[in-house]
Design a binder for this molecule. Structure first.
Ligand code: NAP
Length: 269
């Protein structure tokens, strides 16, 4: 599992460990896992992995896969936000986020699927879980690269659900709403040249929503139920309005209505 050190990833790892599953969890700084090996003797392996380098991430995955004699579940969870107006943000920042969070995450899904397929004859079930976001359906203002990463990841999961139907590999597209994690404090805020009151309002609304979201254990319990079902599909998880009502409104309302609700949600109407 990538990004197991904090937030949703940590809750997912703790949920699996509580169920007796052996977990290989990554962080860019494995000292963040100090104490974990003692708490879960023989069941937790800390792994240093930075998604900045896709080829290295693939090599690290293969080493863990060999050590585990085949990983049966991969959770592509690691990710970060970058907040800034599209035209006012250095394009290199924007394009780097797409490479790191979308291309390199897809690279991990690719190598995982290859390895899982090579073991198809053993009769073992396997699952790939991609942690997308409700931002794939409801793009966040001033976070365009993030929205693209999550929409792209969701599209990848949809493709894989069709391609893997009838095989031993289950694909889960997980779309969390706002959860109270370290995400908001780790959001990169690239320098902006032009002051913008609307952008500041959107940031404050984003902060408010993140801070008032449910605790990550809520998402972990929902993921656990979805994994136990053993079927490919989409899991929306979060506050009731975000995970249930908003997708319903978007399905039966017009695109214009959806955009108006989204704008008012971010104090931009
Ligand atoms: N919180 C929410 O409301 C929310 C909503 C929708 C989707 N999500 C998604 O859920 C996932 C987890 O987010 P979170 O809210 O739990 O945030 P978080 O608390 O900030 O955790 C992010 C995790 O990703 C890892 N990470 C960040 N950049 C990385 C990189 N370049 N390479 C490798 N690992 C990296 C971090 O590990 P280290 O810093 O230890 O290296 C950390 O474990 C993300 O994909 C996020 O987009 C979150």
């Amino acid at each position: 599992m990538t990004g197991a050190s904090t937030g949703l990833g940590r809750a997912f790892a703790e949920m699996l460990l509580a169920d007796g599953v052996r977990v290989w969890g990554t962080s860019r700084n494995v000292t963040r896992f100090d104490g974990w090996e003692a708490r879960y003797p023989g069941r937790f392996t800390p792994v240093a992995l930075d998604l900045e380098d896709g080829a290295a991430a693939e090599r690290i995955f293969l080493a863990c896969d060999a050590q585990a004699d085949g990983l049966d579940l991969i959770i592509n969870n690691a990710g970060y936000g970058a907040f800034g107006e599209f035209g006012d943000t250095d394009f290199a920042v924007w394009s780097r986020q797409v490479t790191v969070m979308l291309t390199h995450t897809a690279q991990l899904a690719h190598v995982a699927l290859r390895q899982m397929r090579s073991r198809a004859a053993g009769g073992r079930r396997a699952a790939i879980v991609n942690i997308s976001s409700l931002a794939a359906e409801f793009p966040l203002p001033y976070q365009s690269a993030y929205n693209i990463c999550k929409a792209g990841l969701t599209a990848l999961s949809e493709s894989l659900m069709i391609e893997c139907a009838g095989t031993h590999v289950v694909i889960l597209d997980v779309r969390p709403g706002d959860y109270r994690t370290d995400f908001e404090t780790s959001v990169a805020r690239p320098p902006q040249r032009v002051p913008d009151a609307r952008r500041d309002r959107a940031w404050r609304a984003f902060e408010r929503m993140m801070r008032s979201g449910p605790a990550p254990a809520h998402a972990a319990a929902n993921l656990r139920r979805a994994l136990l079902r053993g079927k490919s599909g989409t899991l929306r998880t979060g506050r009731w309005f975000q995970a249930v009502i908003a997708p319903l409104l978007a399905r039966f309302g017009s695109l214009g209505l959806k955009r108006r609700i989204q704008a008012s949600y971010f104090d931009l109407s």
